[in-house]
Design a protein around this ligand. Structure first.
Ligand code: NAD
Length: 354
């Protein structure tokens, strides 16, 4: 007998090649008269195209979005928004740019129109984070959930393969943990399994040809589903571990997810076997444990497999295990420090998950 609570999120999603051409009309539906366009320095040209498309509805561009949403950047962008009298935020880019939009919306309650160009999935969640003095503070607030999301696979054609794979595996981690979340539900489980399937299939094709429009479409569709799962269900060991490793040891966000995921799944396998079966099925490896199927996929995609290859020091593993097991949180298998330490050792070495 199942028991669950399901709350649908109210986000308007416009998906398709050339969906981007609807930017002005979609901004109009949000009542935008002075939209502030956010981007990273690297995506300035794309933001300029957006501003041009917004025509009379555009107010200007703020192009200093940065990884982990530094507080100083939020304050600086807030000044720009006030000076422009912005009434809407258009965020074009990956999780960093969308993260900046969320931090601004938290203060101002301005509506966000997001145009994601990676697979981070942030656009489908009400989770925000701001970094101050090296500490990333995160929270959940409905004000930061984008009101409209435009997914246009054509904007991702040039996303470098390394970032595509890392952010794609990051997205799959959202879905994998959503499958065993304490507050999961059948709708999110359907989305999670389909999201993993689509993302794995899309990424496999992208390793053969990065500008394959069909593969880009499949991956972005997977990212939407996986992001929706993250937005609807609480996360457990995997996300907490990645948060610890990224926050306290400055490891790169998406790559950390791709290394840790198979090991976190191995740790939880016996306590969450229905979820593991769904993951193996979604990866088209029904006879193989989910952890091993994920490890094989990461290897096939050329993703980093070892924490030591992405900047972790072996001498920090004990401290990482202490931090990750110090504050109790829900996980299908209880968190024990020795188990976490062993998991981290295997992830450090890039060993096959056990
Ligand atoms: P990112 O946003 O930092 O982007 C990485 C780089 O790729 C940037 O330089 C960006 O300009 C560039 N880029 C983005 N799209 C491109 C494209 N199509 N073509 C070429 N270059 C492109 O990376 P990310 O992985 O998307 O996001 C990571 C951040 O998102 C982390 O800070 C993470 O904490 C956050 N995140 C938040 C949530 C949430 O729900 N709040 C979920 C997932 C990730």
């Amino acid at each position: 007998m199942q028991e669950f609570v399901y709350t649908a999120q109210s986000v308007r999603v416009v998906f398709g090649v050339d969906a981007w051409s609807r930017l002005n009309a979609e901004a109009g539906l949000l009542g935008a008269g002075k939209a502030l366009v956010l981007c990273t320095p690297r995506q300035r040209a794309l933001a300029q195209r957006a501003l041009d498309a917004l025509a009379q509805r555009g107010a200007g561009i703020y192009d200093k979005a940065a990884m982990h949403v530094p507080l100083a950047t939020v304050q600086d962008a807030g000044i720009a928004a006030r000076q422009m009298e912005a009434d809407c935020i258009v965020a074009i880019g990956g999780g960093s740019t969308i993260g900046l939009a969320k931090a601004l919306a938290l203060e101002s309650a301005l509506p966000i129109l997001a145009v994601p160009t990676t697979y981070s999935g942030s656009e489908m969640t009400s989770i925000y984070g701001v970094t101050e003095d090296g500490q990333k503070k995160t929270g959940k607030d409905d004000r930061v959930l984008p009101r409209t999301v435009i997914y246009d696979p054509a904007l991702t054609l040039k996303l470098p393969l390394g970032i595509s794979v890392a952010s794609g595996l990051n997205a799959m981690a959202h879905a994998a943990e959503g499958l065993y979340a304490r507050d999961g539900n059948p709708v999110l489980a359907l989305m999670a399994e389909e999201g993993i399937r689509a993302m794995a299939g899309g990424l496999r094709r992208l390793t053969r040809r990065g500008d394959d429009a069909g593969a880009r479409s499949e991956s972005l569709y997977g990212a939407w589903l996986c992001g929706t799962v993250l937005g609807g269900a609480g996360m457990a060991l995997h996300h907490k571990l990645c948060h610890t490793l990224g926050g306290s040891f400055d490891l790169p966000h998406a790559q950390t997810h791709s290394v840790v995921l198979p090991h976190a799944m191995a740790y939880n396998a016996a306590a969450a076997s229905p979820a593991m079966q769904r993951i193996s099925r979604a990866l088209d490896r029904p006879g193989l444990p989910a952890a091993e199927a994920l490890h094989d996929l990461a290897q096939e995609l050329g993703a980093p497999l070892a924490l030591r290859d992405i900047g972790m020091r072996e001498t920090d593993l004990d401290r990482a295990a202490d931090i990750a097991s110090s504050k109790p949180y829900w996980n299908p298998r209880p968190i024990d420090r020795d188990g976490i330490r062993a998991l981290l050792q295997r992830a450090f070495e890039g060993a096959r998950p056990a």
